[in-house]
Design a protein around this ligand. Structure first.
Ligand code: NOJ
Ligand code: CA
Length: 548
């Protein structure tokens, strides 16, 4: 197992719009993040992933970029960015940015020029196709509802957008696009960024000719056409080029956002002998089989165990797993596992134990360390996300009632993860002195960073304790994982290597009491309940150091 800083790192994902507002406009910003760097250091974080901070009309909250080399005015200036980078580096933390190059905003000059002169130098930067207004070039559908094609009446052209109609897909088969992307990536790496999280990077290689999607697969997946681009013919080639021209020369780190890839494709994308990506996010962890994000269901932790054990057992030593359970695109995990408030704290801590004691690199999403749960949205007007709003109207158009459509959003909306970060008990949790761009819940009075930092039994204190434990015990990073108990609702594993005392984790995956076998001679390093005798309580988790 080759050592690397990013294998030892504990990442923290910041969604800048919702982290900390510094000027009262209700929108989080870079000076706000700078003010909170000590907080991250105190928690033990060693690397930060920033969701997009580039100039954008915000149709998809920054994932629609108008200018890759300019900071979004609402977030601050390039001077603020430099201060943020320096502030992180001064604290020994790495900084990775979000690289969104499957598409640009329709307001990006490349697209504007392509539209103005489709046969000119930018015409091939995108997928622009002549045709008739009622017949899109193929049957692909958008992830944000409807066709993946937008009609431009003035030019009599169709343009491809896998996401919103304001996010136009770049044509990676056209070499100048790859040149422009490498140039921009190098510009940021030269500015001192340590790496990137690559947005839907496995979608960049559309199969030549844009073949129609199989309707049956489309029906199964909920999106038509996916099989023609989620693992396209030229994907590996493009990734290797990006690695060779930009990442390798800068010793930069890369983690791909790769929806739909499983373990085998993840290996092909990240093998340390393949020179493509360092890690990928495999989203199969987020829903139990047979469910999609919009379903209102209970997430069975036995599945989480089986999914993770499979990776621990079979991923092998040339690959490294990205461990995550939340991000800005998903509802909060605690709410999916069991929304009953009496279990909130225990589940939050149990999830922390799992994420921080397995082999792989933990990515903590902002607020996860406070045990955040889903928001109490009451009305479609409470939502801001383009995906949720489009979904709602799609459901109404399909004949659903407003109440039923709202229920779907309450199960799956990305806005649950995007509510303001609660810092203290002042109005809006201290996120802003103004009106937040997205309303949060009143529970900030109880669950906020300051109160939790002051409480040694809080979820925050659990995260801090376990992060420190991981950092002090290399066996928790590089050690092998031996599963020793896999009975229904039980999970126990031992992390071991040749040089250190092993560490054993025991978890009750259910709300019912469970008999577990305590290791003889083990010394307790952590438990998510006060000491007690007998069976493991609901969602109880413990960590022991074993004798050699
Ligand atoms: C994945 C991002 O995480 C999500 O927020 C965004 O909407 C899509 N990619 C499109 O960029
Ligand atoms: Ca602001």
């Amino acid at each position: 197992m080759l050592p690397a800083w990013w294998k030892e790192a504990v990442f923290y994902q910041i969604y800048p719009r919702s982290f900390q507002d510094s000027n009262g406009d209700g929108i989080g910003d870079l000076p706000g993040i700078i003010d909170r760097l000590d907080y991250l250091q105190e928690l033990g974080i060693t690397a930060v992933w920033l969701s997009p901070i580039y100039d954008s009309p915000n149709d998809d909250m920054g994932y629609d970029i108008r200018n890759y080399q300019k900071i979004m005015a609402e977030f601050g200036t390039m001077a603020d960015f430099d201060r943020l980078r320096d502030g992180l580096h001064a604290r020994g933390m790495k900084l990775i940015m979000d690289l969104v190059v499957n598409h640009t905003s329709d307001e990006h000059p490349w697209f504007q020029k392509a539209l103005a002169d489709p046969s000119g130098p930018f015409g091939q930067y995108y997928f622009l196709r002549p045709g008739q207004p009622d017949t899109p070039p193929n049957n692909w559908t958008s992830f944000f509802s409807g066709s993946a094609w937008r009609w431009f009446p003035e030019q009599q052209l169709w343009g491809l957008h896998l996401f919103s109609p304001k996010q136009m897909d770049l044509n990676w088969s056209y070499p100048p696009v790859r040149d422009a992307v490498c140039h921009m990536v190098n510009w940021w790496l030269d500015r001192g960024v340590d790496g990137f999280r690559l947005d839907v990077i496995n979608y960049i290689a559309k199969n030549p000719g844009l073949p129609a999607g199989d309707p049956l697969i489309g029906q199964l997946m909920g999106f038509t056409g996916v099989e023609e681009y989620f693992y396209g013919r030229h994907l590996h080639e493009y990734l290797r080029e990006l690695q060779e021209r930009s990442f390798t020369p800068h010793h930069a780190f890369s983690v791909g956002e790769t929806p739909g890839v499983g373990m085998q494709m993840s290996k092909l994308l990240t093998g340390d002998y393949r020179h493509e990506l360092d890690m990928v996010f495999d989203f199969d962890v987020l829903e139990t089989p047979g469910h999609v994000r919009w379903d209102d269901y209970r997430y069975d932790l036995n599945y989480l165990r089986d999914y993770l054990v499979d990776y621990q057992d079979h991923y092998g030593s040339h690959y490294w797993q990205a461990l995550f359970i939340e991000n800005h695109d998903n509802p909060r995990m605690i709410s999916k596992v069991n929304p009953d408030p009496q279990y909130r704290i225990a589940i939050a801590k149990l999830l922390a134990v799992i994420e921080l004691t397995l082999r792989g690199t933990p990515f903590i999403f902002q607020g996860q360390e406070l045990g955040r749960v889903n928001a109490q949205f009451h009305n479609i007007r409470d939502f801001q996300d383009v995906e949720s709003i489009n979904k709602y109207h799609e459901l109404l158009a399909a004949g659903q009632t407003e109440q039923a459509a709202l229920a779907v959003l309450l199960a799956g909306s990305r806005d649950h993860a995007r509510t303001p970060m609660p810092w203290d008990t002042t109005p809006h949790g201290g996120f802003t002195t103004g009106t937040p761009w997205l309303a949060g819940d009143d529970d900030y009075r109880q669950y906020n960073a300051y109160s939790e930092m002051a409480n040694p039994r809080s979820v925050w204190s659990t995260y801090r304790h376990l992060i420190k434990l991981r950092q002090a015990n290399p066996v928790l990073v590089y050690g092998a994982t031996d599963t020793v108990d896999r009975r229904r609702n039980a999970w126990s594993y031992i992390r071991r290597d040749d040089d250190h005392q092993p560490i054993q984790v025991l978890i009750n995956l259910s709300a019912r009491q469970k008999r577990m076998t305590i290791p003889a001679g083990g010394s307790l390093l952590y438990r998510n309940y006060p000491a007690h005798d007998g069976r493991f309580k609901a969602y109880e988790a413990r960590v022991y150091r074993l004798p050699e």
